[in-house]
Ligand binder design. Structure first.
Ligand code: UT7
Length: 329
């Protein structure tokens, strides 16, 4: 019998652009204030791409760090998956642009669209492809330039989003380690709650689509909030059960960084103290598909992840979509 190899993360990295947009600056742009933003979201500042940068540049920087940490060269990579809702352009894919920048000549490459859940969808896809024997090393990137699709006159959304990228290299790991379960879900009925409606085949770019602000994120914040509170704890519990673990086993929860109140509700449901969650939304805001890999890479940088630790990754987002995974480091 051919044994299925264990697959895990063998290197991680993150990159955020230098420009910091503070709550105080937002006070000058829309009718809001630092106190409201901090108490309602937990966010204090976020990063913005430089005018000459795009999503592939952010993903490329994070990937170089992840490859170095894995001790691999770009030529060792068999496949690149980029989870993003802010690709450089419709096509070629951002994954192809990063493949070229890296010189990952052997790698296949494609983008994956599952909004803020995209990174977990990417991990599940890559992990399955490695355990099936199709590939050995896969680079999974979550990268976003959300400032490019944010309406800085809309206080409901502009306080939330930021730019950045996280990347991981997946490969074979010793038995007992690596990914233990994945849970992926979608509810297309909630698609209208969070979307960019313009620029696609339904509403091609036009003067009307621009003046109607259809190229920006539109969100029914409160509805998404309620969905998030319901799904975060539930998806994490389902992933634990599938893996044969319990909430007492969790060493570190790495949640999507959308709102501190959403993370707290997941912690309550899982009976976990705040120290058991990686939280960095105060510095970066919501980076959609970039949030979880940035948080993961930063947890590794800070020495918060040790060999054998039980990590639970969980996210939700537009689609609507959600995803969770149990990972033994
Ligand atoms: O990655 C997934 C994407 N999205 C999310 O995860 C977002 C999920 N939703 C949320 O995080 C929250 O719903 C928000 C932070 C977006 C909003 O917080 P909320 O507690 O749900 O506020 P709300 O939308 O119910 O609005 C409460 C009040 C309203 O005023 P009135 O109608 O009560 O007078 C808003 O107009 O707060 C007002 N408000 C603001 N006030 C100051 C909304 N945005 C702001 C703001 N500054 N930036």
């Amino acid at each position: 019998m051919v044994s299925i190899p264990s697959v895990g993360i063998i290197g991680s990295g993150k990159y955020v652009p230098d420009r910091i947009l503070t709550n105080q600056e937002l006070e000058q742009m829309v009718e809001t204030n630092d106190e409201w933003i901090v108490t309602r979201t937990g966010i204090r500042e976020r990063r913005l791409v430089a005018p000459e940068q795009a999503t592939s540049d952010l993903g490329y920087e994070a990937s170089k760090i992840a490859l170095k940490a894995a001790g691999l060269t770009p030529e060792d990579i068999d496949l690149i998956i980029v989870a993003t809702i802010t690709p450089d352009m419709f096509f070629p894919s951002t994954a192809c642009l990063i493949q070229e920048k890296l010189g990952a000549k052997r790698a296949a490459a494609f983008d994956l669209s599952a909004a803020c859940s995209g990174f977990i969808y990417g991990l599940a896809t890559a992990s399955s492809m490695i355990s099936s024997g199709l590939y050995k090393h896969v680079l999974v990137i979550g990268a976003e330039s959300l400032s490019r699709i944010t309406d800085y006159t809309d206080r409901n959304t502009c306080i939330l989003f930021g730019d950045g990228a996280g990347a991981v290299v997946l490969g074979p790991v010793p038995e007992g380690r690596g990914f233990k379960s994945f849970v992926l879900g979608a509810d297309g009925a909630g698609g209208e709650l969070l979307k960019v409606g313009g620029g696609g085949s339904r509403m091609p770019s036009s003067t009307e689509s621009v003046t109607g602000k259809h190229h920006f994120i539109h969100m029914a914040g409160n509805e998404v909030f309620k969905f998030a509170v319901r799904i975060m704890g539930g998806a994490a519990e389902e992933a634990l059960e599938k893996a044969g673990y319990t909430k007492e086993d969790i060493d570190l929860l790495i949640p999507h960084q959308a709102n501190i109140r959403i993370i707290q509700s997941a912690l309550n449901r899982l009976d976990l103290p705040e120290e058991k969650a990686m939280i960095n939304l105060d510095k970066y805001g919501n980076v959609s598909a970039g949030s979880i890999p940035i948080a993961l890479a930063e947890a590794v940088e800070q020495g918060r992840v040790n060999e054998g630790d039980c990590l639970v990754l969980v996210g939700f987002g537009g689609g609507l979509t959600w995803g969770a995974s149990v990972l033994i480091w």
